[in-house]
Design a protein around this ligand. Structure first.
Ligand code: ATP
Ligand code: MG
Length: 434
């Protein structure tokens, strides 16, 4: 369940009833002012972590050393953080140590951008010492305080600024942008994983292309720990980012890698270096491999047609070949990857798309028509086939199962044990193994 405004209000009420201060702060206030869906309601208070823990029945000391306590209201977690400042930034990163302070305004001062430094109290009153509401209204990303100092303290803020400009389609205020250009090189101190978190939010947003343009002109990329080879960047392909669904995000990242001109092996490496989990890396490489297999198949078919001096490339038999190749991919990589390929295909460059159009246009109905999608859907195991045919196990068994999978999936063979064993028998005779 999402948090509700009532739960947040009741939390603030409990704090204020006991004589403490309590405010909504940061992203939730900003998003509410913008009329966007509110995700996490963060709360700031002058109560110490110990006082917060004493005040609520159910608390988890999630970030005690940063002053953050998670308070559960009707099973919904809220982060309640004691007013604090950050001092002594080491290596241009946010510090491990913080100092608690007494004033809300001091807490707001440590925040990155004016629009993220607004607090809202229980009666809806705003505390906005840096005029974040005005900047929000004008669509401006502006550092709190002196931009050069703020980026020097914590270089991740440069990427955050670009992320917010991209997601909201905002302008970065001139001095903030100049400071960003001045401190480009400091981004080398920031862990790739933290940059990726910001990048993921940017890529998932409505204007990822705009964000990448900003990133390119910021000069940050060459200083990042991760190697982003922009020399061969295909801007046309990149422009179609916004035509791809933002979920699952792997689709957009895969398109970026393709726009960078990467092959499957490079994409694997690229995803790894961005510290993506293996599951995501695996998905991306499967989507690309599937695309390559289908594409190579078509090119091969075309060259065969040319040799045979055929003018018509799309003969009936070539459709059959495409169909078999597509189904083999589905069975190898799974239905989900095939659907992802189908989605990605729609925005590929026009030459690739043209060649793959027979497959692309029918992929949905082909997927629909398949009766099964993987070995696990067969009602029989290798052992049973071995016992039935009484031939020692060998390479033939795997090949036979792939064949069975294909004929069952395409509806040429019934998906029951008897039919499959009978088919196995005949196939072995055909192969001369029996
Ligand atoms: P999102 O909607 O993506 O969560 P957010 O603004 O809430 O955006 P968070 O990373 O959740 O971003 O941070 C919460 C708040 O903490 C921010 O609004 C900002 O006030 C402050 N903050 C976060 N990161 C930094 C930073 N690197 N430097 C200064 N303040 C920061
Ligand atoms: Mg947040």
């Amino acid at each position: 369940d999402p948090q509700t405004a009532e739960q947040g209000q009741s939390l603030l009420r409990r704090l204020t009833d006991q004589g403490y201060e309590g405010y909504f702060v940061g992203g939730c206030v900003r998003d509410e002012l913008m009329g966007r869906p509110v995700n996490d309601m963060d709360i700031a208070t002058n109560a110490t972590p110990e006082q917060v823990m004493a005040l609520f029945e159910r608390t988890i000391p999630t970030g005690l050393e940063h002053g953050t306590i998670t308070v559960l209201i009707e099973n919904e977690p809220f982060e309640v953080t004691t007013y604090r400042t950050e001092t002594e930034y080491v290596d241009h990163r946010r510090p491990e140590q913080v100092q608690f302070v007494r004033e809300l305004s001091e807490d707001l001062r440590r925040r990155d951008f004016t629009m993220n430094a607004i607090a809202r109290g229980i009666d809806g009153e705003y505390v906005d010492p840096f005029h974040g509401i005005e900047d929000l209204r004008n669509g401006i990303i502006r550092c709190v305080g002196i931009a050069d100092e703020r980026f020097e303290e914590d270089a991740l803020r440069m990427v955050r600024g670009i992320r917010f400009a991209s997601v909201f389609d905002f302008e970065i205020e001139q001095q903030t942008w100049q400071a960003l250009l001045n401190h480009q090189a400091l981004i080398k101190h920031i862990a790739t994983e933290r940059i990726r978190v910001e990048m993921e939010k940017m890529i998932a947003g409505p204007y990822p292309y705009h964000g990448i343009e900003l990133l390119l002109s910021s000069g940050l990329i060459p200083y990042m720990k991760v190697d982003v080879p922009c020399e061969k960047l295909n801007l046309d392909l990149l422009r179609s980012l916004e035509s791809l669904p933002s979920s699952p995000l792997v689709l957009r990242w895969t398109l970026i890698a393709l726009a960078l001109g990467m092959d499957e092996q490079q994409i694997k490496q690229y995803f790894k270096s961005w510290t993506f989990p293996n599951t995501i890396t695996d998905q991306a490489s499967k989507i690309v491999r599937m695309n390559q297999r289908l594409y190579d198949g078509i090119v091969e078919q075309e060259s065969v047609s040319l040799v045979e001096n055929e003018v018509v490339i799309e003969s009936t038999s070539s459709i059959d070949q495409s169909y078999v190749r597509f189904v083999s991919c589905v069975l190898d990589y799974g239905k989900e990857i095939a659907q992802h390929w189908r989605t990605l295909y729609a925005v590929l460059s026009s030459t690739q798309q043209q060649r793959l159009s027979t497959i692309g246009q029918q992929a949905d109905s082909w997927l629909e028509q398949l009766t099964i999608y993987s070995l696990a859907d067969l009602p029989i195991k290798g052992q049973e086939v071995l016992e039935y045919v009484k031939i020692p196990a060998g390479k033939w068994l795997g090949e036979l199962f792939n064949e069975i999978l294909l004929v069952v999936a395409t509806g040429q063979l019934e998906n029951n044990k008897e039919a499959i064993l009978h088919y196995a028998d005949q196939a072995l005779v055909r192969k001369g193994l029996r």
